[in-house]
Design a protein around this ligand. Structure first.
Ligand code: B12
Length: 217
């Protein structure tokens, strides 16, 4: 049952059919499907397929845009559900998160932010194309325990490294932990740039964040 639903979800993203995506997301909630399963086993599968076809020249930018819009429409239905499921917890820590400058991909970053928030973190989501100074200033202003940096392009990953250097220069490196992620980001990159944490997905991000602030996993 869910398998067919997940396949239809993936297809709605591949076809860029926003209305179908919304309807399928609503169906998932009505049928009691875990919203995170709907995201990861349904919609993201379609987005990955679109990304792969774009990468080898079989789909083009308008296809990518339509797929992303459909994905965001589905997320707008599923995210409140994710938040509801994790509501009313003690505050585990404060996180400032955003997509680094030069990069406007926000679907994965927003999912990580939602999951952190649903798991009990106070989250300041700075959005996309965020300047390094904005991260540093906000982290300082809200006395963040953690900064989360998302980068989806090989050309913008390097900003994660620069941010860590900026924190060092500002004398803040010992006060705030840095967690990095995004499709091209790997554990070895995270280690190379001196990040404190890395995760390849949103569930992992929550457990890494808990570990970094010393909360129970
Ligand atoms: C959707 C999409 C777009 C949409 C973005 C819409 C939006 N609002 O986000 C649009 C159409 C705008 C777009 C634009 C571009 N894109 Co694009 N895009 C994608 C696509 C298909 C999916 C990305 C996505 O949302 N995935 C789903 C989410 C859930 O996954 P995720 O982002 O990886 O996030 C997960 C993890 O990485 C992790 N994570 C993410 N952030 C963080 C942060 C922390 C702290 C942690 C711990 C974890 C974590 O957890 C998340 C949840 O599980 C990818 C291909 C792909 N499969 O990745 C290409 C892709 C990233 N794009 C690509 C390119 C080239 C571009 C453009 C340059 C195209 C162009 N010629 O203009 C522009 C760049 C614009 C810019 N300056 O940023 C390339 C990048 C190639 C490279 N090596 O750098 C890719 C890989 C496609 C490809 N195969 O060529 N894109």
């Amino acid at each position: 049952m869910s398998k067919e639903l997940f396949e239809a979800m993936a297809q709605s993203i591949i076809d860029g059919e926003e209305e179908d995506a919304v309807e399928l997301a609503q169906q998932a909630i009505e049928q009691g499907v875990d919203p995170l399963d709907a995201i990861n086993q349904g919609f993201v599968v379609g987005l990955d397929e679109v990304g792969a076809q774009f990468g080898c020249g079989e789909m083009f930018l308008p296809d990518l845009v339509l797929a992303a819009e459909s994905m965001k429409a589905a997320m707008s239905v599923l995210e409140p559900e994710l938040t509801k499921r994790g509501a009313a917890r003690q505050v585990l820590g404060t996180v400032v998160i955003g997509t680094v400058e030069g990069d406007i991909h926000d679907i994965g970053k927003t999912l990580v932010a939602t999951m952190l928030s649903a798991s009990g973190f106070k989250v300041y989501d700075l959005g996309v194309d965020v300047s390094l100074q904005t991260f540093v200033d906000k982290a300082s202003e809200v006395e963040a325990n953690l900064i989360g940096l998302s980068a989806l392009l090989t050309t913008t990953m390097v900003k994660q490294k620069t941010l860590i250097e900026s924190l060092e220069e500002a004398g803040l490196r010992s006060k705030v932990k840095v967690m990095v992620g995004g499709a091209p980001v790997t554990r070895s990159w995270a280690e190379e740039i001196g990040a404190d944490g890395y995760s390849e997905d949103a569930i992992g991000a929550v457990s890494v964040a808990k570990g970094l602030v010393g909360a129970q996993r």
